[in-house]
Design a protein around this ligand. Structure first.
Ligand code: CS2
Length: 480
């Protein structure tokens, strides 16, 4: 039971006045705890008609039905150790699920003249990219391109919806990626333009002229809900809320100020509109997400269930801070007004929040999609500058051990990754140096340059061996 629970902060605005101005694709826990909290706070502070259509494409059909039953309302609980602050969130006026409602309903929504903005939290793999380009070998993309207007990927659906806007004479849209990718707006634009070019040669030109794809840096630690977190929320609210989400109190949103039309007033809720997001994105991806992945793989191997369990271990805690300050921070252009040591201290404090129960195995998912921007890009910087990267090397080698599916404690480790089948096959047939070499040949993860650098391959091989022979904690201790 929470030590100190605040009263539920009820919504104050007239929801009947809201129209479908924003469509959010990937309406899961993070969207609720981040994008919707900013949006809700804006609606509380200004009279506006910006309602939200909540969309899911593949999973989550039952979740949207539950949200409909609650008339789109849900609670957010911001937790700091024993304290819990509750707020009601009200911008959602409609939900759409690809399977439940069908592609035509989604395309119709995107072609609605009222719509101004699409926001996306579809995870790294949702952009269907391979080495910066639309992955034409991806079966879902190939199918969408031959599916006669019935796409199922977010990229295919947006491009086809935009085609409809073009032919009906509607204005362009702002499409805002809120996923943890560097230059997420540019990547999103690239994927949509490459799809559009194949769909209709006139479309890509129209999109370039009328649509905008701002980059953004999003931040709020939001673990997946569990039975225990639902019970905690129920105890705090006094009734169950199947749509509610628990998260940390901290939140940050830095958005490139490039909108096609009207810009939502999220700055009234603390978001920053800036001309260049890249330094903020890199800082967050390398310091927060990079050390998250480091702790997820090495922590899970060492038997740690959560990130706060990792922070309770002096070796992992010291290593995370050192990874941030001695390795990752050196690769950054520091964003204006940011003090990096203070930022790192704040991250360690956020990671230590005992209420979050953020599972190492959750963060460990989709490693093939996460490693490039979190650990490999900084490693490339170190190689170019001839500087050491022992902890990042342990992180990458830790991922390779993790992919073998077994913790040092003997506990099985789940491998959730788009490359899982390929990786499992490698792990079943190769060991030691052979296995490392074959993992390094996964071009979608490592590209071409890093595997060609002996400085890189030697360090990964020796980090992999050290973890295997000495165990995670000793291998890390030797690198501190
Ligand atoms: C985490 C992120 O699961 C992960 O990969 O690193 O979800 C992280 O919690 C968020 O980016 C925090 O803003």
């Amino acid at each position: 039971m929470a030590h100190k629970t605040s009263e539920l902060k009820r919504i104050t605005y007239d929801r009947a006045a809201l129209r479908p101005r924003l469509l959010h694709i990937g309406f899961g826990a993070f969207a609720k705890a981040h994008v919707m909290v900013y949006h809700d706070e804006w609606l509380r502070s200004e009279d506006t008609d910006w309602g939200v259509v909540a969309v899911r494409l593949h999973s989550g059909e039952a979740d949207l039905t539950k949200l409909d039953q609650a008339d789109g309302l849900f609670a957010i609980g911001e937790m700091q150790d024993d304290d819990l602050a509750l707020r009601e969130i009200g911008p959602v006026i409609r939900t759409l699920h690809l399977k439940r409602d069908g592609t035509p309903a989604l395309l119709e929504r995107i072609a609605d003249p009222d719509l101004s903005l699409i926001t996306l939290t579809i995870t790294e793999k949702g952009y269907c990219l391979s080495e910066g380009h639309l992955d034409l070998k991806n079966t879902a993309v190939a199918q969408d391109l031959s599916a006669n207007g019935n796409p199922t990927t977010a990229i295919g659906i947006i491009a086809t919806g935009l085609q409809r806007r073009m032919t009906t004479g509607c204005e362009g849209l702002t499409i805002l990626s809120c996923d943890n990718l560097p230059e997420n707006g540019k990547l999103c634009r690239q994927a949509i333009l490459e799809f559009a070019e194949r769909l209709d040669p006139a479309l890509s030109g129209w999109i370039e002229r009328t649509c905008r794809f701002p980059c953004s840096m999003v931040d709020r630690i939001t673990p997946a809900m569990t039975e225990a977190s639902h019970q905690k929320l129920e105890a705090a609210l006094g009734h169950p809320d199947p749509n509610g989400i628990l998260c940390e109190p901290f939140r940050q949103w830095v958005i490139e100020d490039r909108f096609a039309g009207e810009r939502p007033g999220w700055d009234q809720a603390g978001a920053q509109f800036v001309s260049d997001v890249a330094p903020f994105e890199d800082m967050k991806l390398r310091l927060l997400n990079g050390s998250h992945s480091f702790l997820a793989y090495l922590g899970a191997l060492a038997g740690k269930q959560t990130i706060s369990d990792c922070m309770a271990d002096p070796v992992l805690k010291t290593a995370a801070k050192k990874l941030m300050l001695s390795e990752q921070a050196r690769t950054l252009e520091v964003p204006p007004g940011v003090d990096i040591p203070r930022y790192a201290d704040a991250l360690i404090e956020r990671f230590s929040n005992s209420a979050l129960h953020h599972k190492t195995t959750q963060i460990a998912s989709d490693g093939s999609q996460k490693l490039p921007q979190r650990l490999l890009a900084p490693i490339s910087w170190h190689i170019a500058h001839d500087s050491p990267f022992p902890l990042a090397a342990l992180g990458v080698a830790g991922w390779m051990h993790y992919c073998r599916g077994l913790a040092e404690t003997g506990m099985p480790l789940p491998l959730n990754d788009p490359l899982a089948a390929q990786i499992e096959d490698l792990a079943a047939h190769a060991n030691g140096a052979d296995y490392v070499e074959q993992m390094l040949s996964l071009q979608q993860v490592f590209g071409k340059d890093l595997p060609a650098s002996s400085q890189f391959t030697n360090q990964i091989r020796s980090a992999y061996d050290r973890i295997g022979s000495d165990g995670v904690v000793n291998a890390i201790t030797a690198s501190l």
